[in-house]
Design a protein around this ligand. Structure first.
Ligand SMILES: Cc1cc2nc3c(=O)[nH]c(=O)nc-3n(C[C@H](O)[C@H](O)[C@H](O)COP(=O)(O)O)c2cc1C
Length: 313
């Protein structure tokens, strides 16, 4: 059983150290371990070209227009049974490089799309998608901040697990933590997170969330979008919608039963979302092919002004 630690802090800084403390715990629990610092890799921003999803849907395997280390990283992630991601808190959330990894997962790492791509490929006599993409995996997160700003970071981290439907085991944040190496309680917690992850990775079908209960009873996030002037709220991570209420002095969210089938991290929710996207993409394809009006409107903006770029020698 293999646990991969991924840090996006400065080399040998607090995040690397917390990640390595977690890996020590995982190793103690019997895991083979590997460590990556994202800054040692060349990972470019996703441009949104959707070549990845087009290629998996047409049975050509996963391709990406960008040539860098992302597919190497993905390969490492797919080879692991569990991933320990440790990120510095930047502007309340995860740093850009973690968002970029999440973007690069893109729609082609969405488990619903992968199930459909696998089926389509096999129907046409192909090999199906890389079977590792359809395997369950566990993931834990730690966020390390230098101040008390960190209200978005656990939701951002949870988003990394959303497309591939990896099971989250722990998702902690540590604030005022520039000197975290002197904090034995925090180090012990990092060690325990590593042990929890390795144990979960050894028995993935039985793996369960091990963190404290969150306001969202489904995904344990505490971040919600509240529709102004109402009690109607949308979970920032799993997207379930319900009504907020104060019960015994605490805010709780009540979800109607049918919402549980729509959660972004369930196969049923992914299929519904995929169908909606497919219809929308179909409307765009139709306009691109058949509508002179659409082409004229597109040309109006294209021809209006070109983007400025710096002069290069
Ligand atoms: C661009 C930037 C934004 C930051 N924003 C936050 C923040 O919102 N909240 C916080 O607690 N710390 C913030 N920090 C502090 C970092 O989280 C901290 O420097 C980092 O965790 C140190 O880890 P390292 O030693 O592994 O590099 C920020 C740092 C930088 C460079």
């Amino acid at each position: 059983m293999k646990i991969l630690g991924i840090s996006s802090g400065t080399l040998n800084g607090a995040n690397d150290s917390m990640c390595k403390e977690g890996l020590m715990g995982a190793q103690e629990a019997g895991a083979e371990i590997e460590f990556i610092n994202l800054h040692k890799l060349d990972i470019k921003h996703c441009t949104g070209c959707i070549a990845c999803v087009k290629s998996i849907m047409s049975g050509r395997g996963r391709t990406c227009a960008l040539k860098d280390d992302f597919l190497w990283l993905l390969d490492k992630m797919l080879d692991a049974d569990g991933i320990l991601m440790v990120s510095p808190i930047f502007e309340n959330g995860v740093p850009g490089i973690v968002h970029t990894v999440c973007d690069r997962f893109g729609p082609s790492m969405d488990r619903g799309n992968l199930v459909i791509a696998d089926m389509l490929s096999k129907e046409h006599g192909g090999p199906g998608v890389d079977p590792r993409l359809l395997q369950d995996k566990v993931i834990s997160f730690m966020a390390v901040g230098g101040s008390d700003w960190g209200s978005l970071v656990q939701m951002d981290h949870g988003m990394v697990a959303m497309s591939p439907m990896w099971k989250i085991i722990d998702n902690d944040k540590f604030q005022w933590s520039k000197t975290i190496l002197m904090d034995d309680k925090a180090l012990a917690r990092a060690h325990q997170i590593g042990i929890n992850l390795a144990k979960a990775a050894a028995n993935i079908p039985e793996a369960e969330w091990m963190g404290p209960a969150g306001v969202c009873p489904h995904c344990h996030t505490n971040n919600f979008y509240i529709n102004p002037g109402t009690t109607h709220a949308i979970c920032g991570l799993c997207g379930m919608e319900g009504e907020l209420e104060v019960k015994d002095g605490a805010i709780v969210i009540n979800y109607p039963k049918e919402q549980y089938e729509m959660a972004h991290d369930t196969m049923s929710g992914k299929m519904m979302h995929g169908k909606d996207i497919q219809e929308n993409e179909g409307r765009l394809a139709d306009l691109q092919k058949n509508s002179a009006e659409f082409k004229a409107r597109k040309a109006k903006y294209k021809d209006f002004i070109k983007p400025s770029v710096p002069e290069r020698a």
